[in-house]
Design a protein. Sequence first.
Lengths: 150, 150
Amino acid sequence: MTQVEWFDDLQVGMRFKTGDLQITASDIKRFAAEFDPQPMHLDEDAAAKTLFKGLAASGWHTAAIAMKLAVQSRPFGPHPLIGMGVDGLRWTAPVRPGDVLHLDGEIVSLTPSSTKPHGSVVVKWTMYNQNTEPVYTFTPITIIPRRLPS
Amino acid sequence: MTQVEWFDDLQVGMRFKTGDLQITASDIKRFAAEFDPQPMHLDEDAAAKTLFKGLAASGWHTAAIAMKLAVQSRPFGPHPLIGMGVDGLRWTAPVRPGDVLHLDGEIVSLTPSSTKPHGSVVVKWTMYNQNTEPVYTFTPITIIPRRLPS
């Protein structure tokens, strides 16, 4: 994968790829019990009767896993991933127990600040499962420092 | 708060209000260790040296708490909250240990399906802390069934 340290090194179209993470039924139920206590995320039998027709991860659990994968991949080297905001969260297929998930990212815009020594980077990330089916997309806006003049 | 059961009962401008949830330093660190392992979310001393100048919740933790508050408030009665997608996530102030959080929501658009017995509801939710400072906004799109003809 690409790994760069400064805004100045980035280009539109640059791609990133993260490692993999496997999600379990236990993970799905534990997250849901704390943050999204609805039948399709909590219990196999109850989930079978919903439109998901089986246990599926909370969309916010999927979003949190995406953050983990992005952070671990260090797309901008030592600079933290601090989102100013995120647009276009879309859950395109259920995330199921046992799924193995990863993200591909592509820089879609770069805007240098006119007043500060940084720029904003917009990356469109797509999460895929082990069948290369897209399950989730999101497009965060991140601030990355410019290289200091030498 | 307003609580209604069917798409047909909803109106643009209708408002919702959730209960409160208090977040602790322990909650912040535990979520971060699992999903967003960056210094500003993991450890007070390390966080003091970041631009947050102290421990702050991961934005995805804030997002998950918002889902919990929304689910518990049952804005659409027995119908589940199933997001087709979410736009406009913006974190507008840090969420700190001890903060007491709640959401206010307002329906911003209603679109009946032309082919199916449901409609899409767009609610703009804003999370406030105990000082009525807005800390987070998000705008999910939810599908709610229409009342069956009698």
